[in-house]
Design a protein around this ligand. Sequence first.
Ligand code: ATP
Ligand code: MG
Length: 398
Amino acid sequence: MDAFYLVKIGEILLKLGNRKEFEDRLRSQLNRRLAFMPHKVEAYPGRYFVSVPEEAAADAEFVLARCPGVNGYARARKVEKSVEAVLAAAVEVARGRLASGRRSFKAESRRSDKSFPLGSFELSAEIGARVLAAFPEARVDIHKPEFTINAEIRERAYVFADPEPGLRGLPVGSGGKGLLLLSGGIDSPVAGYQMARRGLDLEALYFHAYPYTSQEAKDKVVSLARILSGYLGGMRLWTVPFTEAQLRIKKLAREDLSTVLMRAAMMRVAQRMAERVGANCIVTGESLGQVASQTAENLRFTGSFTDFPVLRPLVGCDKEETIAVARRIGSYETSILPYEDCCVLFSPKHPILRADLARETEAYRALELEPVLEEAIKQAERLDLPYPLAEKYRKRGE
Ligand code: ATP
Ligand code: MG
């Protein structure tokens, strides 16, 4: 195992009584995502270590960059706890950085093993001196260095350059499980990602109104689910046929109410599906005021159709912020593909802005949708999106 990584963990260190549970969860999340290659995960207080064969280094980095609960990671050198070994490793780390064109550096040391002969300040000074002696082009800049050489003296000694950022947050599953309403838009994948980062495990639910919405629209949702599975460590997507319900609403409801009534029906189905998969909350990409159905009145109305908490992580985000996250997580390009997940046929020209809870609840009741929804749930289709590396290694094995 030649590629060795030091992994920084963050927020889970703040957990007191149940810290062990969080640590175990992070470890099992890492093991699960690395399962496709030979690997080793070691957990020490405040630091994890991951080793994989050199040829799997890029895949290990894929895992570490996308695993909630990981604050940062760095390819590291693990050496014996002697001053000489640390200094020699520091020279090698500096060599790598200088080769990529960087010049100015600083050294940072942490010593949790107090039996080590040098204090952290002295060790940093020694590292600086040794690197300067080895490379005439290097120079020290403690305020704005182009790279940092880190030394940590713990159960062993570790030397590494600047860590890559991780997602931070909490390991998937530590916050329980939710059902994500995933449409083909920009918002809902971002909402799912935000909650995954808070430690929520997710299954996703998509309402498909075939043939009014196309097969391409569904494929797009599958692609988005695949992207999310890279953050969740795999994800299950449910598709529920919604055409009958839509047609019934179109036929029987007042036109301006059709959107909120459709949302209400979605919530009903979502609750039933959440119960079925053992989820305890529903996640949507709704954002206050973004469209007519997302005013406080309308959210109250649609939310009244489930007694599960409805988590809306984007409720206070503006579109630009959401788009920035979508770009970062790699969902944006898929989300903006042209296939609509909502057919104009079912979109009223002037949807109601402020649903009246009592009156609109009565309108919903008059539709007698329950048997239609019941039937739709029976026809729910399941699709398991494996962790992206699973497919890569399966193809390789063929
Ligand atoms: P998005 O970008 O997520 O599509 P949006 O701004 O288009 O959001 P709406 O279409 O009003 O907003 O949908 C609000 C939320 O309702 C979505 O974020 C999603 O959680 C859920 N939703 C909408 N349509 C569907 C669908 N066909 N299947 C599953 N969930 C849906
Ligand atoms: Mg949408």
